[in-house]
Design a protein around this ligand. Structure first.
Ligand code: AMP
Ligand code: TRP
Length: 346
């Protein structure tokens, strides 16, 4: 298991809450893959034991890119089931759907008032998505990070566990919180990132790009069949032969480095011997892939089983989400009242 690094764990205003509050979101935009698991969900499942945790299926974020309304409700259920199957305990954590708690949209508007457009235009993810967009650049896409700020600040969460691609968005939400506090009075704790180091999983078919649900062939789904996991691991891009004796893992090609990252996550006990073999120039990638595939199957087969059971009972998933929204809402309402009051909206 990789060590997680904490940049900020306490709420600076009004002292730390009884238990530090964690918030994170995942978009219901298609398959959840092992990159999401390693970079996000796995961390959440660990954090929920020690922190008061809010995990949100961010449907309002997901609709900022083209989507199919008729399929969307199913995607939301699917994302919820995958998260529960992967270890989010809906009793321990508050698992809910963003649009079920309308205060997210309301706080976003209030935060829009104090968010400079220039700062939004500089967000890397916005620039990427705007460049690739075939339908023009909509205001919703630009304001995506403001909604993210609203998500976190609504619960006065102080810890946001995400992958490194989201760090810029968390920095922005700190700025927004700071500006709000300065302009309207101390209201929001400044949220900090909780990052899993080196957790970026690369595509199996092209290790120069991130494993992503939008690139076919790049990912292994969380609920992939065991045989498919084995096949995809076997086919992962590596090097034609072992490295020269005395090579350092830091200099490994991206495909090889990716396999080592995964091996460390899924088969930590076997990791050192393969690192040693790499440095000695005797590593056999086929053997390493076999060990990795076995370990991945061991982790993911029970998850797939739980996921399939849940998907047989969609009403149970809906109940879980309704219960989550019911627990989230009073907290959200309290913050909205406070923010409105501070802004002179009475
Ligand atoms: P997304 O799939 O973009 O909605 O991301 C959901 C969460 O998974 C975010 O915290 C991402 O940083 C994380 N994530 C997505 N893709 C990867 C990847 N290839 N490696 C590690 N983390 C990822
Ligand atoms: N933008 C995040 C992603 O794509 C998802 C997200 C929405 C989120 N709201 C959030 C993450 C609040 C952390 C906190 O991964």
């Amino acid at each position: 298991m990789q060590k997680v690094e904490t940049q900020s764990e306490v709420a600076p205003h009004g002292g730390p809450p009884a238990r530090v509050r964690v918030f994170s979101g995942i978009q219901p935009t298609g398959v959840i893959h092992i990159g999401n698991y390693v970079g996000a969900i796995r961390q959440w499942a660990e954090l929920q034991r020690d922190y008061e945790s809010y995990f949100c299926i961010v449907d309002l974020h997901a609709i900022t890119v083209p989507y199919e309304p008729a399929e969307f409700p199913q995607r939301v259920l699917d994302a919820a089931a995958a998260n529960v199957a992967a270890g989010i305990d809906p009793k321990q954590s508050v698992l809910f759907v963003q649009s079920h708690v309308p205060e997210h949209s309301e706080l976003m508007w209030l935060l829009n008032i104090i968010t400079p457009v220039g700062q939004l235009e500089r967000m890397t993810q916005f620039k990427d998505k705007a460049r690739r967009s075939k339908v023009g650049v909509m205001a919703g896409l630009l304001n995506y990070p403001v909604l993210m700020a609203a998500d976190v600040l609504l619960y006065k969460a102080s810890l946001v566990p995400v992958g490194d691609d989201q760090v810029q968005h968390v920095e922005l939400m700190r700025d927004i919180a700071e500006r709000f506090n300065k302009q309207f009075g101390e209201t929001f704790p400044l949220p900090g990132v909780r990052l899993t180091k080196g957790a970026r999983i690369m595509a199996f078919n092209d290790p120069n790009v991130k494993m992503s649900k939008s690139i076919d062939g790049s990912y292994v789904a969380l609920v992939e069949r065991s045989e498919t996991i084995r096949k995809k691991v076997r086919a992962a891009v590596t090097d034609p032969g072992p490295p020269k004796k005395g090579s350092k893992l830091d200099d490994a090609t991206p495909g090889v480095a990716n396999l080592f990252t995964l091996l460390e996550v899924f088969a930590p006990a076997r990791y050192p011997e393969f690192v040693a073999a790499y440095e000695a120039g005797t590593v056999r990638y086929s053997e390493m892939k076999q060990v990795l595939a076995d370990a991945m199957v061991e982790t993911f087969a029970p998850m797939r089983k739980r996921y399939e059971e849940l998907m047989q009972r969609p009403d149970d998933i809906r109940d879980i989400l309704a219960d989550g929204a019911k627990r989230a809402r009073p907290v959200a309402q309290r913050t909205i009242e406070e923010a409105r009051h501070r802004m002179g909206l009475r």
